[in-house]
Design a protein around this ligand. Sequence first.
Ligand code: Z5A
Length: 213
Amino acid sequence: MTKPGKFIVVEGLEGAGKSSAIATITNWLQQHQLKVVSTREPGGTPLAEKLRTLVKQIDHNELLAPETELLLMYAARVQLLTNIIRPALSRGDWVLADRHDMSSRAYQGGGRQLDEQLINNLRSAVLGNTRPDLTLYLDIDPAVGLSRAAARGELDRIEQEQLAFFIRTRQKYLQIAATEPDIVSIDASQPLAAVQQAIVRALDNHFSGLANG
Ligand code: Z5A
């Protein structure tokens, strides 16, 4: 029987350095001759990419209700889990995700302050038994992350939120990371080389003996 693959997620506020982290992890997986399927959320399937456009765009004619935003995130997630993530893991591939469920808990739960029970109900309906083996949470002061993101150009709908929204989002991220053992927090305010070293250390520790076995 094929051994199921492993599921690695990268999380953090905008500008935390998720893209660079993903490049480091991809490199590590390639060095260990592991086949990797990369995903991003919201997105990663044709329908989920359409939902991504909807949640990121600014519509001056209609307010996107926080509950709608939450449901769109989980709708996109079901598509991705069903069509990409679960099949890949069953084939024995490793999955490397740019954001996953922790984002909804942090942004919609923390930032938007939506009811935790509502989120938990959606989580149990959508996620089933599929859970990340390792989540690398890149922790950054929102003001620093947003200034990095702003330096890249125009901000999308969520990026245009007030600083207080991102402060609440970070608090929720930190609260979750402090209580769940498969989440490793990395100080993303360090120079890039130090962040990359911390990522490789976390992978070596977490998957010691697993990557080749
Ligand atoms: N969202 C949600 O609300 N709920 C959910 O359930 C999900 C998502 C799944 C997705 O947007 C939005 O959806 C996101 C959360 C929300 N919204 N916001 N706001 P996205 O995918 O387009 O945006 P992002 O995920 O936030 O990506 P990003 O802004 O591209 O962040 P990043 O990938 O972490 O940043 P980066 O491109 O790697 O780095 C940013 C810059 O910083 C870049 O120029 C780097 O060279 C530089 N950098 C990186 N690391 C360093 C260090 N260590 N030092 C100095 N400079 C650095």
